[in-house]
Design a protein around this ligand. Structure first.
Ligand code: ATP
Ligand code: MG
Length: 238
């Protein structure tokens, strides 16, 4: 992993937590309960990657695979404006695809690989990586099959990150309630699969009003610090 670069999150405290930002050649999992800010984090990165390097970006494009229909062009425009980018151009620099099933999601990952080979893409977002898999393979009895498929998908994403020096960012909703299937509130409802697959794992949790707290787990390179940020009209801010 020689060519590692970083995409600034645009938030000083988060960048400090991440030693400068989200890494290329790695898969970063953003986990947290509903409303924690996972999707907002992805929107922000899809803009930040476009900025020049002296402003924290990589002068590059993004691919956004949306499984829950929560991508909002107007939100991208807002964040882009706040960062001094032309909102229309910022939207054009994001390849967007809605995934309608887990199989479709895996096909889109393969299509993403082909786009990345041909264009200057440095960020691949999958928001959420687990939603379709959970819906299609519910309960304990389907867990083995679900994990097998999810493992294949994560392996594909890791290969893309590694082969093309792309930052892959995936989201994973964590239940606020103790998970009935796994009995461990600290494990994502997808089971422990992503903990082995993702290179980094960021946990987001809600604090008062628009304040959010981020923490990194399972990383040999990052101390288990916390960072505080806000979600505002401008996107994620200090
Ligand atoms: P889920 O697991 O349900 O997908 P999530 O972690 O993806 O949740 P987000 O959708 O990223 O959560 O975060 C939602 C939060 O972002 C809400 O608290 C909402 O108020 C805030 N938010 C969204 N858009 C704006 C905006 N334009 N201005 C200020 N805050 C916003
Ligand atoms: Mg979301």
């Amino acid at each position: 992993r020689v060519n590692i670069k970083r995409i600034s999150t645009g938030v000083r405290s988060l960048d400090e937590l991440l030693n400068g930002g989200v890494e290329t050649s790695a898969v970063t999992e953003v986990a947290g309960e509903f409303g924690a800010g996972k999707t907002q984090f992805c929107h922000q990165l899809a803009v930040m990657v476009q900025l020049p390097e002296d402003k924290g970006g990589l002068s590059a494009k993004a691919i956004y695979i949306d499984t829950e229909n929560t991508f909002r062009p107007e939100r991208i425009a807002q964040i882009a404006r706040a960062r001094g980018l032309d909102p229309d151009q910022a939207l054009k620099n994001i390849y967007y695809a809605r995934a309608y099933s887990s199989d479709h999601q895996m096909i889109l990952a393969e299509q993403a690989r082909r786009i990345i080979k041909q264009d200057n893409v440095k960020l691949l977002v999958v928001d959420s990586i687990v939603a379709h898999f959970r819906a299609e393979f519910p309960g304990r009895e389907n867990l083995a099959e679900r994990q097998q498929k999810l493992n294949k998908h994560i392996a594909d994403l890791l290969k893309i990150a590694d082969a093309y020096d792309v930052a892959v960012v995936v989201t994973n909703q964590v239940m606020a309630q103790p998970d009935v299937f796994f009995g461990n509130p600290l494990k994502p409802a997808g089971g422990n699969v992503l903990a082995h697959g993702a290179t980094y794992r960021i946990w987001l949790r809600k604090s008062k009003e628009n304040i959010r707290i981020a923490k990194i787990f399972d990383s040999p390179y990052h101390p288990e610090r916390e960072a505080t940020f806000k979600i505002t009209e401008e996107g994620l801010t200090d």
